[in-house]
Structures are given as C-alpha cells and as structure tokens.
Ligand binder design. Structure first.
Ligand code: NAD
Length: 261
C-alpha cells in the first residue's frame, strides 16, 4: 500500500491497459480517476468495483481526450477533490489501419489528438500542483511503434514516436522537481484495441483472422505471446516506487523482444 494518500489519473481507463493501470495503482492504495468511453452501466461497475476491491476512492470523468477544454476541466475537478494529481498516466489511444494515401483525414486528426496531444494537455494542467508537492510520476503509454514502424499505421506510429519525444522533453524540464516522466512501450497486448484492428488488417493485407494474428501481430513478437495488461500495469507501479526515482526520460519496451530484432 505504498501509494496510500496518492491520487492517480489514468486517461482511457474504461478498458484494456488503462483499466489494468487503474486497478494496479488502486491495489497499492492510490485514489484513482478513471476516464474513457463505454456504456454507463459497465463504467459504473468498474468504478464501484475499484472502490470495493481496494478501499480507495474512485471517480470517473467522461472527458473526451480530443477536447482540450474537457481535459482541463477533468484535471481541475480531480485536483479540487484530491488536492493534486500525483500520478498522471496518459494512456488513451485509438488505432486506424489504412494505406497513407487512403488514410481518412479525420482519423489522422483524431489519432494525433488522442494518442499525442492529450498528453500535452493533461501534463501542462497537472504539473503546477505536482511541482508544488515536489513529487510526481508521469507515465505515458507509448508502444513498440515508438521505436519502429509497421505499414498502414502512419498516424499511430507518428503519434507514438511523438510521445517518446514529449516524454524526454518534459523529463528534462522537471528533473529537479522530484517528478519522473517515462513511457512504457508495449508490444502487442490482447485488448479491444488490437481485436478491433484485425478486420481492417485482414482487408488491407488480404488475410484471414488467423493469418493476421500469427503472421502479422505475433510475427513481430519473438516470444510468440501477447503481452498481458497486468504485466504493463506492474511496470507502471514499479515506476511509482522510490527504487525507480532515477528512471526518467525513457521509453521502456515491454514487447517480447520485438524491437531487439
Ligand atoms: P482499449 O481500446 O482497450 O482502450 C482504450 C481506452 O481509451 C478506452 O478506455 C477508451 O474508451 C479510451 N478512449 C478512446 N478514445 C478516447 C477519447 N477520445 N477520450 C477519452 N478516452 C478515449 O485499448 P488498449 O489496447 O488498452 O490501449 C491503451 C493504450 O495502449 C493506447 O494508447 C494504445 O495505443 C497503447 N498500446 C496498446 C497496445 C496493444 O497491443 N493493445 C500496444 C502498445 C500500446
């Protein structure tokens, strides 16, 4: 329970990796603000489940990570209730798979807004209170696509490379403030985001579902296994420990060896 009296805000945490981060941080005693889309009943079940399972406060913000004013309001609300956001996890993300010349312009704009710019908006809003406390952790979800590319994912790869650069920059700016800024770069994790891109990849590459799983997704991953959401969340928890206080400005791969190749 080393995060008792800390507050974590996790964007995009109504499913997948984000929900696992929120639960893992709550398991260490942190109050959490979850965020993201989904059915109201399902979100409420997750929120109440966190409170019941871990005896912490859990709040939900419906802020759309494409909208800077909603992001600012989400941070202000969290700070009003909890004093400061101690742990900011920028995780919301979407994917779209298409050749660059057919890539819908609005999808490009959405991916850059949600996967990259939202981290700028949350960070700039949360930093003043973090600095005042002299302690903070900013953890961004990057991807193996922060290091390498795959065809048909131009917006996603651009945003994730951008997140790695943003992580380094902010880390340097707050290095003497007791705040670390890092990114985690998972390989393929079995979540709704991966499942949803299979039909488009089948179309773009003219493949069956099994071929996409084995010959596209797991082809990249030498372990031939999907990373789990619990593994990613455990690394985020470690980054919040004192043992990790000298780790800053880095993007840490957790990709079954993908980017070693
Ligand atoms: P997911 O689809 O399960 O979760 C995405 C979350 O973001 C959901 O809670 C969703 O509601 C939320 N979201 C989407 N658009 C939003 C918006 N406009 N405003 C607020 N919330 C929004 O996906 P996931 O796989 O858990 O992905 C989480 C992060 O991990 C993303 O940044 C993704 O790029 C990254 N990632 C995923 C994988 C993978 O293989 N699944 C690998 C590397 C990186």
């Amino acid at each position: 329970m080393f995060l008792k009296d800390r507050t974590a805000l996790v964007t995009g945490s109504t499913s997948g990796i984000g929900l696992a981060y929120a639960r893992a941080l709550a398991a260490e005693g942190a109050n959490v603000v979850i965020n993201g889309f989904g059915e109201a009943d399902a979100i409420e079940k997750e929120r109440a489940g966190i409170e019941k399972d871990f005896k912490v406060k859990a709040r939900y913000s419906a802020a759309n990570m494409m909208k800077p004013d909603e992001i600012a309001a989400m941070v202000a609300e969290a700070e009003k209730e909890f004093g400061a956001i101690d742990i900011l996890v920028n995780n919301a993300g979407i994917q779209h798979v298409a050749p660059v010349e057919e890539f819908p312009i609005e999808k490009w704009d959405q991916i850059i807004a949600i996967n990259l710019s939202s981290a700028f908006h949350t960070t700039r809003a949360a930093l003043p209170k973090m600095k005042a406390k002299g302690w903070g952790r900013i953890i961004n979800t990057a991807s193996a696509h922060a290091f390498v590319a795959s065809p048909f994912k131009s917006a996603y790869v651009s945003a994730k490379h951008g997140i790695a650069g943003f992580t380094k920059t902010v880390a340097l700016e707050v290095a003497t403030n007791g705040i670390t800024v890092n990114a985690i770069a998972p390989g393929y994790v079995w979540t709704p985001l991966v499942e949803k891109q299979i039909p488009d990849t089948m179309k773009a590459r003219n493949m069956t579902k099994e071929q996409v799983i084995n010959d596209v997704l797991l082809l990249a991953q030498p372990t031939k296994e999907f990373v789990t959401v619990e593994q990613v969340a455990a690394l985020a928890v470690f980054l919040c420990t004192d043992a990790a206080k000298s780790i800053t400005g880095t993007t840490l791969p957790m990709d079954g060896g993908w980017t070693a190749a």
